[in-house]
Design a protein around this ligand. Structure first.
Ligand SMILES: *[C@@H]1O[C@H](CO)[C@@H](O)[C@H](O)[C@H]1NC(C)=O
Ligand SMILES: *[C@@H]1O[C@H](CO)[C@@H](O)[C@H](O)[C@H]1NC(C)=O
Ligand SMILES: *[C@@H]1O[C@H](CO)[C@@H](O)[C@H](O)[C@H]1NC(C)=O
Length: 408
């Protein structure tokens, strides 16, 4: 009798082991890694994924998506191949430099262009420019001629250019009351204004390439096919909210901001929904600032309601956190998620922070005054729960301490 029970127990146990291992083979491990693509950050800390679960990739910095889909699915324990293509970003051709030229190796992301002046001319402005994500950094420099100074020193009367008047929009570096032909001036526009650069007083006593002027940055009225725009402000840093017409899905974040180049940053797209004949809805809609809180399926029955929350680093600033499946279509997702703000990282005695911003993902770099050295981390990052790490300290360097002491 005891052996019969023993056999039954072994059978039950074996069945249990088989079910577990079958269940496990349907899961996927960490998603495939690619050189030119990175996983969206919300998938980074997961090591195990269920069957049918998906992950999204994006191109690494300096590359942009040219083709294919960003999504890979976990299918029976394997990640489906990704067909998305990433291409190195290219910058536009650089302008010409009067009395000089650019020497450059290419115009793709990371390439450099070096300004070289003809003999007898002196460079004013930035010498090295780099092809970055939003184009070449900096502005065209100027090759300043020295001939006027020679003429002037010989008492020749020259027509001159007056100091540009920038008002409250910008400033002139080391202004002089007049400029002789060949001299140049460097103009910096305040935040929210464009037109910074170096200008030269040319032989017709006119500023070249044009009169220095700081213009208020404004984006043209945004337009999204099959979508509507809420908000009408178009100045630098203002935001509008995009929503899609009935029957279209929003691809990308709903909130867009007018950038420093006068372009809306990352306008989303409205794509037609796939209408199913069965009355069922497809996968739950997604976008980077939200996270599905209900289970992820490839198909949902009609009438079902699913819930969302904001992704790590974002907080809900309005809207509704759920949508439901109605005759084969999801009702629009109207949750508004805002980047969390960390605010100031604090004060450093004998130093300061240089910020890329004060919201989630931004960083603050500690910089000590001359004669002081940094103790502690140089860079703090704004995370979900605030700035990571403690405020560093700027300590008097030994050499200066001795100096202070000997002076005292
Ligand atoms: C452009 O960026 C490169 C690399 O960061 C830097 O060396 C260069 O000085 C920058 N040039 C201008 C004009 O800002
Ligand atoms: C001087 O600059 C102006 C533009 O402000 C231009 O129209 C003019 O042709 C330039 N003159 C010379 C001699 O380059
Ligand atoms: C400055 O911005 C205005 C409006 O946004 C635009 O028309 C102009 O071309 C820009 N100028 C420069 C130098 O970028």
């Amino acid at each position: 009798m005891a052996t019969v029970w023993g056999i039954i127990l072994v059978l039950v146990f074996a069945h249990f082991v088989v079910s577990i291992s079958r269940f496990q083979t349907h899961k996927c491990g960490e998603p495939t890694k690619y050189l030119d693509k990175q996983l969206d950050s919300k998938y980074l800390n997961k090591v195990e994924f269920n069957d049918q679960e998906k992950v999204a990739y994006r191109c690494v910095r300096g590359y942009s998506q040219s083709d294919g889909s960003r999504i890979s699915f976990c299918k029976k324990g394997h990640w489906t191949a990704l067909n998305m293509k990433c291409q190195k970003r290219k910058c536009n051709a650089l302008g010409d430099i009067e009395n000089g030229h650019y020497s450059r190796d290419g115009q793709s992301f990371g390439d450099k262009a070096i300004a070289v002046c003809n003999p007898g001319y002196v460079l004013r402005g930035e010498k090295v420019r780099m092809c970055q994500e939003n184009g070449w950094n900096g502005t065209d420099p100027i090759c300043e001629g020295q001939f006027s100074k020679v003429l002037l020193s010989r008492g020749v009367d020259l027509k001159t250019c007056p100091t540009p008047k920038m008002g409250k929009r910008g400033s002139v570096e080391e202004p002089k009351s007049v400029y002789v032909p060949g001299e140049s001036v460097s103009v910096t526009c305040n935040e929210g204004f464009n037109g910074s650069g170096v200008f030269m007083c040319n032989t017709s006593a006119k500023w070249f390439p044009h009169e220095p002027k700081c213009q208020m940055i404004r984006c043209s009225a945004p337009a999204v096919a099959n979508g509507r725009i809420r908000g009408s402000r178009v100045l630098y840093k203002s935001t509008v909210v995009v929503s899609c017409s009935e029957g279209f899905d929003l691809i990308g974040p709903p909130q867009v901001t007018c950038g420093p180049d006068g372009q809306w940053q990352g306008l989303p797209e409205c794509r037609p929904k796939r209408i199913s004949a069965t009355g069922k809805c497809g996968p739950a809609p997604s976008h980077p600032t939200v996270e599905l809180r209900s289970s992820a399926l490839t198909e949902y029955p009609s009438g079902v309601r699913i819930r969302y929350g904001c992704s790590l680093g974002y907080r809900q600033a309005g809207g509704s956190s759920s949508i439901h499946c109605q005759a084969g279509q999801w009702t629009p997702l109207r949750i508004l998620c805002e980047r969390k703000r960390c605010g100031s990282a604090g004060e450093i005695l004998n130093g300061r922070f240089e910020y890329t911003g004060v919201s989630f993902g931004d960083s603050a770099k500690a910089i000590c005054q001359e004669g002081y050295e940094l103790i502690g981390p140089q860079t703090l990052t704004c995370r979900d729960k605030g700035w990571d790490g403690r405020i560093p300290v700027c300590d008097r360097m030994m050499f200066y301490e001795i100096l202070d002491y000997s002076i005292a």
